[in-house]
Design a binder for this molecule. Sequence first.
Ligand code: ZN
Length: 332
Amino acid sequence: MFSPRLIYIFLMLILLNACAHPGFNQYPLSKGYPNYRILPQEISNLSHTNPELIRHRIIGFSQEEKLPIYVIEVGSGERNILLIGQHHGDEVLGTALTMHLSRRLVQRKKEERVAKLLDEYTLWIIPSINPDAWQMVVDGAARIKRKNNRDTDANGKLDVRTDGVDLNRNYPIFWDLDQETNVLSPFYKGTAPASEAEVQAVISFGRKVDFELAIFYHSSATGSLNEKIFLPAVQNRDERFERLEEIADFYAKQLPRDYFKGSYTLHRGLSSKVGNARNFFYHGLETDAMLVEIGGINKDGRSIIHPPDKILRKILKRQEKAFINLLEYLLR
Ligand SMILES: [Zn+2]
């Protein structure tokens, strides 16, 4: 039989495990998160030290502040995959993840399995298409800043809480079906399809490269969508869509939840018929596309989109592992 001492140790271990990751949002953000101001330097350092593996370019500029939108090209393979780390300014986990992947894949280039992937694929990594809002969030000016900085109520100044276009509602496929015309809404779709410079940049870049897969990282401030993968809206589940479901389901299972046991899940219900990036890539460019909500939900049911550094590092490590597994899965 177990001694009382052993049982005590066992109970303490369970308790410690339960308390290990209380999960809270930090704000202002620590230096553990990428910062738009040092991004260009970081990207060019990466390219200069690994010219055979990394290149970078500017694909366009933001609507209001005219800040450059960067893409980092990692690897030298013929299969192209697009990763966009951020559409919404406060969803900084995706910028952290995409920068982390850029660095780590190069650091690990000598490992046989990573070398093979860098030989098979070229990853096109855009840390953020919304630098205007991202910068405000990183600077501590606004904890929540989803949309870009367009003066949508035309009062001549930026109203941080209400101004802007939701860049993930501004793509041209299904744009006309979206009812969100209130300029103050967090989901405002803009005055016309692809009215925003950020979205125009992604569209023309998307047309230049033949992507087989595009992944868009988000994190939901309300928590209702977190730790799920969402696919494009389709009329029928045909063969192509079923294959995409398999890929997304595999990826979801590789992604452990942040504060609970178990893994991410693939959302199999209806998907919104609005002008979002995944609908545009899937229907407009014939690129398989998915949205991954990488914020976690803590034990109190609260959404953690700005986790403290220690948890952030752990999340990035797990995401890195899952992403590498996904790339290998696609080679099968
Ligand atoms: Zn988002």
